[in-house]
Design a protein around this ligand. Sequence first.
Ligand SMILES: [Fe+2]
Length: 315
Amino acid sequence: MRDERQVFEEIDDSQARVWGFHTARLRHRLAENELFTDESLAGLIETIDPRHMDITTMGEDVSTWSHCDRAGLSGAEVLEAVRRGRLWINMMAMENVDPRFADLLGRMYSELEEAVPGFRTFKRKLCLLISSPNAQVFYHFDRPGQGLWQVRGRKRIWIYPPTEPFLPPVNVENVMRSLDLEDLPFEPWYDDYAQVYDLEPGDMLHWALNGPHRVTNYDMLNVSLTTEHWTDQVRRSYAMNYGNGILRRDLHWRPRSRSLDGPGFWAKVALTGAWRATGLHSRTSYKRVLTHQVDPDAPLGRRALAEKDQVVVSI
Ligand SMILES: [Fe+2]
């Protein structure tokens, strides 16, 4: 008999075999879960530590994001603003916020590790995304292994090959070393090389490591989850890119190998360790400046704050 708390529908042999190498599309059962009803989401919005919740909005220039203050609105009012406006709520590290999400994250990965031979993960994270009709996420890549889980609404995702020219090594190196953001240069013709998926409630996608992607919501409120994980291979790839970045940018030596094994690889691991031990790597502390506040009655679900009213949140 099936456990009622089981996260995935059946994971078949072909899905297990492409996992990690190509895009795998799986089916999950979270769309029925009471964690994601309007009432539950409104409660989370009201009680979450603001450091775990980033409410963003797109500017008129669609490539820039601004941060928004909840401004004491109820969870229901914030959801109404998301429904009517152009907002994107990212509730981060939910496994540290609410034990129900910690339990869910554990189940997700225990089912995956059981189904996929050799798949062992650590440093897992779960984020909850609540986003407006037609909202977009621009072309970027993520450092660790990624999963995208569609719970409510529909969205389209374009996933591009994790190789040149779509993912230039120098960009990856700078992001791994926290010298740069995860945005990448984009050209419209890249779409000719993309895999395109329309995600419905119950769909889950996992793609090849660092695969660049962009997302557009269809014309309704979307509720999605993202998961992150590290594996031995993710850690090796991180060390290789970090080491290549030191060689290229600081030692002016063009790295020739992206191998994840052998003496060259282990020399990069040693170089990365030595470099980090010197304290030369950047140590940045982040602050979020809230330049807008959520407002369900404003045209885009938010309005700009005067400079004197802007709020700074340390994260
Ligand atoms: Fe992403």
